[in-house]
Design a protein around this ligand. Structure first.
Ligand SMILES: Cc1cc2nc3c(=O)[nH]c(=O)nc-3n(C[C@H](O)[C@H](O)[C@H](O)COP(=O)(O)O)c2cc1C
Length: 248
């Protein structure tokens, strides 16, 4: 298992071969063995195989090619709708229309998504997460007909790999772990921890091509810009309100 985790790489190109129903069920069952808060299982998974539906979803993921290229697109949603209905049937008053409850459900669903990822990879499938899910969540809600209480949190494209990319870097473990309590970083430590990433050939090229002074500027000025973050953040706050998670 550790060997499998250590050889993980995101797969963005897939063979034109479907993922069988049996294997799909198997990886979803394994995914749903993930621990969840109070075993409430506050999530739903929307399976998209239909090409027409994928064509509707693709622009909502900024036309990332994996959406059309992958045989399978799974949208993982935080879901209090089902649990609230069960509460009401049991003459119980649900108190889950608040931000904490959304975070709880989002944590649950991400654990499931990662379990599905590991299960899929163990069967030789390749997987790519789509972080774009939370950017235009309101539109994904329309396409997938998600009711109040349900918010898409992440998406996985899944298929049989048609590439074997080089593994990409990770920060050294020393950058991540803290013994007993948090020890803040010196500038020297930060420079040393990020040196490997900065000196990767593709990253050096990225910096040069974009006329930037540093890799950090590629992140702040090109990939994840403040203006975009604020705009999508405001949009997501609207989604949280519309779907009933803002302490209403
Ligand atoms: C929450 C999340 C969102 C991601 N979103 C995207 C995405 O929208 N498009 C993409 O090509 N890769 C996406 N990725 C994949 C990351 O780019 C990738 O995991 C990271 O660069 C490390 O590469 P590796 O998974 O091959 O080790 C995402 C990964 C995560 C965990």
């Amino acid at each position: 298992m550790i060997k499998q985790l250590m050889s993980h790489r995101t797969i963005r190109k897939y063979k034109n071969i479907p993922v069988g129903e049996e294997i799909l069920r198997e990886i979803l069952e394994a995914g749903c063995r993930a621990s969840t808060t109070g075993n409430m299982q506050l999530y739903s998974i929307i399976i998209t195989r239909d090409v027409a539906r994928k064509k509707e979803l693709a622009p909502l993921h900024f036309n990332q090619p994996m959406v059309l290229n992958a045989p399978l697109v799974l949208t993982f949603c935080a879901d209090f709708n089902r649990f609230n209905k069960w509460c009401k049937l049991g003459k119980a008053e649900p108190g889950y229309d608040n931000f904490l409850s959304f975070v709880t459900a989002a944590i649950d669903v991400l654990l499931v998504a990662q379990n599905v990822t590991i299960a899929a990879e163990s069967e030789g499938l390749g997987v790519c997460y789509l972080g774009t899910t939370t950017y235009l969540a309101d539109k994904i809600i329309d396409v997938l007909k998600l009711p109040k209480g349900v918010i898409p949190v992440t998406t996985l494209t899944i298929g049989w790999p048609d590439e074997h990319p080089e593994q990409i870097d990770r920060l050294p473990l020393e950058a991540i772990i803290h013994d007993e309590s948090y020890r803040d970083y010196t500038n020297e430590e930060i420079s040393s921890f990020y040196k490997g990433k900065e000196n990767r050939e593709d990253n050096l090229k990225f910096v040069a091509e974009n006329n930037k002074e540093s890799l950090a500027q590629v992140f702040t000025d090109i990939r994840y810009k403040k203006g975009d973050n604020i705009a999508f953040s405001n949009r997501l706050l609207g989604v949280l309100k519309d779907q009933g998670f803002m302490n209403q």
